[in-house]
Design a protein around this ligand. Structure first.
Ligand code: ATP
Length: 247
């Protein structure tokens, strides 16, 4: 059987900041329903790669195709692209003066022009999906960091994205709050969402990833199933990194 057509197809991607080349020719394809985990030392270019996918950073060269559309084309509607590629950041970026439901329904109402009742129905379902329907009327300041991050996940998923990008979603959380966010990600994966994740949660990578991609110095050094990357890495640099983070 042929592998499914990639949902995201990155080819020869380069990114420089001034004279510093941070991405040096990345080829990466993500299939529908796949959870791909990016790991690597600090500064290896993981976040930059993620941010190039929805053009929060402008690549210096190469191509990105998403769902049959050329992401780097001049004529692309970047806001529409960003709705179809949901992104969750380390900081939750919720509006403090709006309730959880208000945050989740904002784009549905203001951008997609859904009537309030429909937006709220979709928003409640999204909050339900992350186990927070009972906090719909709470303001971000009344929620824990883990709950705020789950609201941010619900906000992205309410727009029914084709792909979710996670950029260190648990790094700002106290350790006891990490589990609930990882559970929301697990549930999303079980529902068939395609996910590209940058995170230092190696145990989660081992358990949940279909494929782990090890980056170092702006290139992909090695990729494979978690058993390979964590159990039997083929490249010396992967081996050194994995044994360091496993300590
Ligand atoms: N806006 C920017 N301007 C200049 N340099 C940048 C910018 N953003 C990132 N860089 C540099 O690009 C390199 C890669 O950064 P990036 O955040 O992609 O790495 P990372 O692998 O995600 O690291 P970490 O795990 O520490 O988040 C770093 O050297 C960083 O300093």
């Amino acid at each position: 059987m042929r592998p499914p057509h990639p949902l995201l197809d990155i080819r020869g991607l380069h990114k420089s900041f001034g004279t510093i080349e941070v991405l040096k020719g990345i080829d990466l394809a993500v299939s529908p329903g796949e959870l791909v985990f990016l790991i690597g030392p600090s500064g290896s270019g993981k976040s930059t790669l993620l941010r190039c996918c929805n053009r929060l950073e402008e690549p210096s060269g190469g191509s990105i195709w998403f769902d049959g559309q050329e992401v780097l084309a001049d004529r692309i509607d970047i806001n529409a692209l960003r709705r179809r590629m949901g992104m969750v950041f380390q900081s939750f970026n919720l509006y403090p003066h709006m309730t959880a439901l208000g945050n989740v329904t904002l784009a549905l109402r203001k951008v997609l022009k859904k009537p309030r009742a429909e937006a709220e129905r979709i928003g409640m379902a999204a909050l339900e999906g992350v186990g927070l329907a009972h906090k719909a009327a709470s303001y971000p300041g009344e929620l824990s960091g883990g709950q705020q991050q789950r609201v941010a996940i619900a906000r992205a998923s309410a727009l029914e994205p084709g792909l979710m990008l996670f950029d260190e979603p648990t790094s700002a959380l106290d350790p006891e709050l990490v589990g609930s966010v990882l559970q929301a990600m697990r549930d999303m994966r079980a529902a068939g969402m395609t996910m590209l994740v940058v995170s230092h949660e190696m145990r989660f990578a081992r358990e949940a990833a279909d494929r782990v991609v090890f980056m170092d110095g702006g290139v992909i050094v090695e990729q494979g199933p978690p058993e390979q990357i964590f159990g039997a890495p083929r490249h010396e640099r992967t081996r050194a990194f994995v044994s360091e983070v496993a300590r």
